[in-house]
Ligand binder design. Structure first.
Ligand SMILES: C[S@@+](CC[C@H](N)C(=O)[O-])C[C@H]1O[C@@H](n2cnc3c(N)ncnc32)[C@H](O)[C@@H]1O
Length: 252
């Protein structure tokens, strides 16, 4: 049976500490090189547009935005850090569960959720909340780990002589996957959860909540290997995207 407590998905305690450290003030390598520039391009913010960011963590995206912005996350630690780091007077951060009825009012032009839709147990609840909070014609940008190629503990690489081959043992079945923060240190270890759904589940959640998909993009890593297997590794990177971005419009 899946964990029923949404608080368990908030990145608190050691998971929050680990995330703060690994993402840092500027964001991880992939935030800086792939996710933030491409998310900002898809958001295509115009002056005076208001933005709401679900699962904002410590505010890596918020700090790149000049517009009026509201970041929402269930983690007390990460919201505290976001408030400490973001001095923009047009920005606010609140602690809330984005999958449940929210205590937030107002209407927004743009919604965004980066690397967090797969960390909430009920992603359909988050999409429903976006539908309530976005204006008619408002745009939503979702960025997830590519569900067809990257499922924690269920996808991997196999080295063949002249190829790096992607391996998968599951795809269509929804999965709840525990992720340990310090698997080798039982004292410090804390568990967060990743939730897998196939791509069709995300398109259905959007459609059922009045969104039409405008665009889907698949983002690859820009890293380059060195050494004897460089050509093979670079080819595999170019073939298998890390992230999937979906841009949708609220219809009506
Ligand atoms: C991988 S982090 C991504 C954070 C941020 N978007 C970034 O890219 O740095 C996932 C975030 O989802 C948050 N989260 C998990 N469940 C949540 C929920 N039900 N409501 C709000 N936030 C939640 C966690 O606390 C964590 O900050």
């Amino acid at each position: 049976m899946w964990n029923n407590d949404p608080k368990k998905t908030a990145w608190k305690g050691n998971v929050g500490v680990w995330y703060k450290k690994s993402v840092g003030v500027e964001g991880s390598y992939y935030h800086q090189h792939v996710i933030l520039p491409n998310t900002l391009r898809l958001l295509d913010l115009k002056p005076r547009e208001k933005v709401i960011d679900f699962g904002c963590g410590q505010g890596v995206l918020g700090r790149k935005i000049e517009n009026e912005y509201l970041g929402v996350d269930l983690s007390v630690d990460l919201i505290k850090e976001a408030k400490f780091l973001d001095k923009n007077p047009k920005h606010s951060y609140v602690i809330d569960d984005v999958c449940k009825e929210l205590k937030i009012y107002g209407s927004f032009d743009k919604g965004v959720m980066i690397l967090a839709l797969q960390n909430v147990k009920k992603p359909f609840g988050a999409i429903k909340n976006f539908s309530k909070l976005l204006k008619s014609g408002g745009k939503l940008v979702l960025v997830i780990n590519h569900p067809a190629f990257r499922i924690p503990k269920h996808s991997g690489w196999e080295m063949k002589e002249d190829k790096d081959v992607r391996t998968m043992d599951s795809y269509m079945s929804p999965l709840e996957i525990p992720i340990e923060s310090s698997p080798f240190d039982k004292k410090d270890n804390q568990v967060s959860y990743s939730y897998h759904y196939p791509l069709s589940a995300f398109t259905e959640m959007l459609f059922n909540n009045g969104f039409l998909i405008e665009k889907m993009e698949e983002w690859i890593s820009d890293k380059k290997s060195e050494g004897g297997r460089a050509k093979i590794e670079d080819k595999a990177r170019a073939e298998f995207p890390l992230f999937l971005a979906i841009k949708a419009i609220k219809n009506g």
